[in-house]
Design a protein around this ligand. Structure first.
Ligand SMILES: Cc1ncc(COP(=O)(O)O)c(C=O)c1O
Length: 391
């Protein structure tokens, strides 16, 4: 079980949960702005260009806000690349960058990916598309696997043995690198600065002066730079050192750091069930609304939970999957039908992963501004959404 990375409720302590229908994601625009400002500061102090990883947080109603602070986006393929361009994540500034990486590309989509992207990144030196990208005039990069595992869990470790993500550093030759303008690595997950430094030392040890051949070096995502204890000065110093030593532009592509602690998932208690232990049955589903709870697995922090509470419940999901549970929680007061509950840190890797398994409805999406207390319901889903995805 992985630990939650939530730094606590922040401004959500004051949010009245009865203001939204359930289930509902509530995103605090002010917290997103604060995270973006931290990332902008890292970019300004280090010279790095910082791209939002859309896979983590694709909330296009905030595209203009993201565009105000960041230097572009990174996409995982055609649909995210289109979203970035069509919904305003890249704004009108010429300097904004769209960088696309897929482990492999569909040939039917590759022309369009090239026409949308500034950087296209490949998983191996002679992958299909390398020559096509060159002819199309798109800057191309090679993703390497530095083969140094520093993650908490092999499931989230692209450096794990036999990983399909990135070309193994031990196999890379000078010829392999010769067709690329850039180098890419993504090796971290919710980590502080020191594993990045260790990984970089390994990469530098292997590639040495060959690193000077690249126009850009992309250090991927997984940097938890907006967490209070993150060593941002260390990161800035490393980026400055890399750019000065190798004469290249450094990129970072954080996802989670953009939306860290910026969202709630609000639900209602539908029923209480007594077995040997008590269950509160919710209109939320871990498997449908917060799949990482089961995939990771991890136990999300809950607004108002209490370590010394006398009333204990398993918070059960709405689907028929036996494992559809958020975990075990303690409360000072007993729960009752109709009570509202809210899981913390639910803005990233949630809305982008929802599904309607069991016909469970999708959470609405609300935007709250903790500075002004303004609340807007920006999306509600109905039965037609479920029907539209089936045939
Ligand atoms: C290639 C790549 N870049 C960036 C990210 C974003 O990572 P995070 O959201 O942990 O910052 C990921 C996440 O899986 C990734 O695979």
């Amino acid at each position: 079980m992985l630990p939650t990375q939530s730094g606590g409720p922040g401004a959500f302590v004051d949010f009245d949960l009865s203001r939204v229908p359930t289930p509902c994601y509530v995103v605090d625009e002010q917290k997103i702005r604060a995270n973006l400002a931290v990332l902008r500061d890292i970019g300004d102090r280090s010279g790095a260009k910082i791209l939002l990883a859309l896979k983590a947080f694709s909330m296009w109603s905030l595209a203009g806000l993201v565009d105000e602070y960041l230097d572009g986006c990174c996409a995982s393929g055609l649909w995210e690349a289109r979203l970035a361009r069509e919904k305003g994540f890249l704004g009108a500034r010429k300097s904004q960058v769209l960088s696309t990486f897929s482990p492999a590309y569909r040939s039917s989509e590759f022309n369009e990916i090239c026409s949308l992207s500034d950087h296209v990144i490949f998983n191996r030196p002679s992958a299909d598309g390398v020559e096509q990208a060159r002819v199309a005039g798109v800057s191309s990069g090679l993703r390497i696997n530095p083969e140094i595992s520093l993650g908490l869990d092999p499931k989230y470790d692209p450096c794990a043995v036999n990983s399909r993500l990135g070309y193994p550093l031990s196999k890379v030759t000078e010829t392999d690198l010769s067709s690329f303008d850039g180098l890419h690595m993504h090796t971290l997950c919710e980590q502080n600065f020191s594993p990045l430094l260790q990984t970089w030392i390994e990469v530098e040890h292997h590639l040495g002066s060959l690193l000077a051949n690249f126009d850009w070096i992309n250090l991927g995502g997984g940097h938890h730079c907006t967490r209070a204890d993150y060593d941002r000065d260390g990161l800035v110093a490393l980026i400055k050192e890399i750019s000065a030593k190798y004469g290249c532009q450094v990129y970072l592509e954080p996802g989670e750091a953009v939306a860290l602690d910026a969202g709630l998932l609000v639900g209602s208690v539908l029923d209480i069930m007594d077995t040997k232990k008590k269950h509160a049955l919710l209109d939320l589903s871990a498997t449908c609304h917060a799949p990482d709870v089961i995939e990771a697995p991890y136990r999300p922090a809950l607004l108002g939970e209490s370590d010394d509470g006398q009333h204990e419940y398993f918070l059960g999901g709405a689907s028929c999957l036996t494992a559809d549970s958020f975990g075990h929680y303690k409360f000072r007061q007993p729960l009752a039908q109709g009570d509202r509950l809210a899981f913390l840190d639910q803005a990233h890797y949630t809305m982008v992963k929802t599904n309607t398994f069991n016909g469970v409805c999708l959470p609405s999406i609300a935007l709250w501004n903790s500075a002004t207390d303004e609340l807007k319901m920006i999306k509600e889903f109905d039965y037609q959404e479920f029907v539209r995805r089936l045939s």
